[in-house]
Ligand binder design. Structure first.
Ligand code: ATP
Ligand code: MG
Length: 363
């Protein structure tokens, strides 16, 4: 839990000091372009060394400053800690945890971690299959011990096979590669199915807390995009498809079939949610799906990260906002940004910050 925060020379903040110690959650409001997202970004840097929206360190330093300082006091399982980050306009980062230089950000994130979610969250589930695959792969990598290693092996096999597909070797040269590819593909597919199962059931549990949606039954269904197959015979049908379509793969010079092309689809009852339900409903589902992923991963790892919510609830009605905020506040510390002052009433209790041009005014 973050108790205090100092920011100096970061983005549009000259020097500000926040004390949340009395209240757990924090509501931040203000007009457009005042520094609300910058504030969440500062907390993100403090807990991971990285900004969720800018990879070039020097752009984070205030225009009239040569360095930025972000500091915070937080309470973790190991007690009260103080962390500092220095960012220089030359792009150098350094940080200190309880006066000692931080060498590994992974270690720091075990003490203090945060997740930044913006209104764009819905795009993970709405846009191209690759975004959904990334989400599912990230979940499986964090949840299943062997997933990441298997995925890397699979990618190496696909890359090697792609090189061969562009060369003049005989068709027989592909037999072994295809066998290996299918073995690994099956492991990935199987773990992804289990991952989807876990996520679906967690989402349904969370839906029980949203009165307007508690009747709905969500399922996440694996979608084999590149070939026709019922889910039981994945490995055999994949091998058969790859073998009989080698000429197509040779013509295109790349592997056309397998988990690197697969996807998943969100259903409510028997209807595809992105196709037949409203944006608001899909936004809620996206949030619940992301939170389910965090819950499943952090049940193992201990502390649930601080949630930095940057206008995540746009388009949602009052009842929905109220239910979601009370649900999320029950799991972790929440920082919530909005342009509407009235959103503060969704919190039972919270610190209130009003930002104007990077300056704190009375909440
Ligand atoms: P919205 O409600 O529209 O999302 P916001 O309050 O979240 O607005 P931010 O993105 O936090 O706005 O802040 C934008 C402001 O930060 C702009 O005025 C911009 O000029 C300023 N800004 C961004 N980077 C820097 C920097 N490196 N130095 C100084 N000011 C900066
Ligand atoms: Mg913003």
């Amino acid at each position: 839990v973050l108790k205090k925060l100092w920011i100096k020379g970061f983005r549009n903040f000259s020097e500000v000091h926040f004390d949340f110690s009395e209240k757990r959650h924090c509501f931040i409001y203000g007009e457009n372009n005042q520094g609300k997202s910058n504030l969440l970004e500062a907390i993100s840097v403090l807990s991971s060394g990285k900004s969720p929206r800018e990879s070039v360190v020097r752009y984070l330093v205030g225009f009239d400053h040569s360095e930025a300082l972000i500091g915070g006091d937080f309470v973790s399982s190991s007690g009260v800690n103080r962390v500092y980050f220095k960012l220089s306009s030359e792009g150098v980062r350094s940080s200190f945890l309880n006066q000692e230089i931080v060498k590994s950000y992974t270690k720091l994130s075990r003490e203090l971690s945060s997740v930044y979610l913006s209104a764009d969250l819905i795009r993970i589930f709405q846009d191209s299959p690759s975004e959904r695959r990334k989400f599912l792969d990230m979940f499986c990598s964090l949840y299943f011990h062997d997933y990441l290693a298997t995925m890397k092996k699979y990618e190496r096999v696909v890359a090697q096979k792609n090189r061969l597909l562009k060369s003049e070797v005989s068709d027989d040269s592909f037999v072994l590669w295809n066998r290996q590819l299918c073995d690994l593909a099956y492991v990935i597919y199987d773990l992804r199915l289990r991952g989807l199962e876990l996520l679906s059931s967690r989402v349904n549990e969370l839906l029980g807390h949203i009165p307007a949606l508690s009747e709905g039954r969500v399922s996440l269904r694996y979608d084999i995009k590149s070939f026709k197959c019922d889910l039981l015979n994945y490995k055999a049908v994949l091998y058969e498809t790859i073998s009989s379509n080698l000429y197509k793969e040779r013509a295109s010079g790349c592997s056309l079939y397998g988990p690197h092309r697969d996807d998943f689809v969100i259903y409510i009852g028997d209807l595809e949610s992105m196709r037949f339900f409203s944006r608001g409903i899909n936004r809620v589902l996206s949030i619940l799906l992301y939170v389910s992923h965090l819950l499943l991963v952090f049940e193992h790892k201990g502390q649930f990260p601080i949630l930095l919510l940057d206008d995540v609830f746009v388009e949602l009605d009052e009842g929905m906002k109220r239910s979601l905020i009370s649900l999320l506040c029950g799991y972790t510390q929440v920082f919530y940004v909005s342009v509407n002052e009235s959103d503060r009433h969704y919190f039972d209790e919270c610190a209130v910050i009003r930002l104007m041009k990077g300056v704190l005014t009375d909440g």
